[in-house]
Design a protein around this ligand. Structure first.
Ligand code: ZN
Length: 231
């Protein structure tokens, strides 16, 4: 029996991994920055932790809401396209046969073979054939708003929990230094992993994410210190 070859293509993982890494990255940067800003304003340790927890929940909910709305509008336009396609298949079936065959000719099939393939695939499931080959809508890539929102909120919450945990475990005197340094380490690891999975340079990926994270944390801590001094 012919051995099945297992070719691993990066593309199949990239979509959801990129969303998860971006969500976690957002969680680390925004919560660590929030903790540093509040700590630099001389808030109590409890006050710092309360702000951190509120930041985690607020951030996760806003990520979920944003993702749900954007993916849902994608799902709506997919549904509208499928409905139009259903209509066209009903009103102009011969034209739809020609259209599908032309797509296959464009992909390199002989016109006769293309016609044959179009006839067989449309006999099997006409809407599915047109959705996949004409509209690029496949079951695997269908927009799933709730799934996307949950994944986005979860990755943000996991990212946020890291600096928050460090803040919980750190004595008040060293909370700023420890949150800053550990957040940079988490960000560099995350940047390196996502660069590696995407086939890009790990060092560049780690440095890029680390630089922007450090900048965000430093600016927020600076603003917190100013406000603390003014209070
Ligand atoms: Zn069509």
């Amino acid at each position: 029996m012919r051995a099945r070859h297992h070719e691993r293509h990066r593309t199949s993982h990239i979509g959801w991994l990129r969303a998860a890494v971006l969500g976690a990255n957002d969680g680390i940067v925004s919560t660590a920055s929030l903790l540093l800003g509040v700590a630099a304003a001389h808030a109590s340790h409890t006050g710092i932790l309360v702000a951190g927890v509120a930041g985690l929940v607020a951030g996760a909910m806003s990520m979920a809401a944003g993702e749900y709305v954007s993916v849902h509008s994608q799902a709506d336009s997919e549904q509208a396209e499928l409905q139009q396609e259903r209509q066209e298949l009903h009103t102009d079936n011969e034209g739809e046969h020609k259209e599908l065959a032309a797509i296959y000719v464009g992909r390199g099939l002989d016109p006769a073979l293309a016609r044959q393939v179009a006839v067989q695939l449309m006999a099997h499931d006409a809407l599915d054939a047109h959705a996949r080959d004409e509209l690029g809508i496949t079951e695997a890539l269908r927009a799933r708003p709730l799934q996307a929102a949950t994944a986005s909120a979860a990755s943000f919450a996991i990212g946020s929990a890291l600096p928050l945990l460090v803040a919980v475990l750190s004595p008040a005197s060293t909370v700023i230094a420890l949150v800053f340094v550990t957040a940079l380490v988490f960000l560099a690891l995350l940047g390196g992993v996502s660069a590696c999975v995407g086939g890009a340079s790990v060092t560049v990926g780690a440095l890029r994410v680390g630089f922007w994270g450090a900048l965000a944390m430093a600016i927020t801590a600076g603003v917190g210190a100013l406000l603390g001094a003014a209070a």
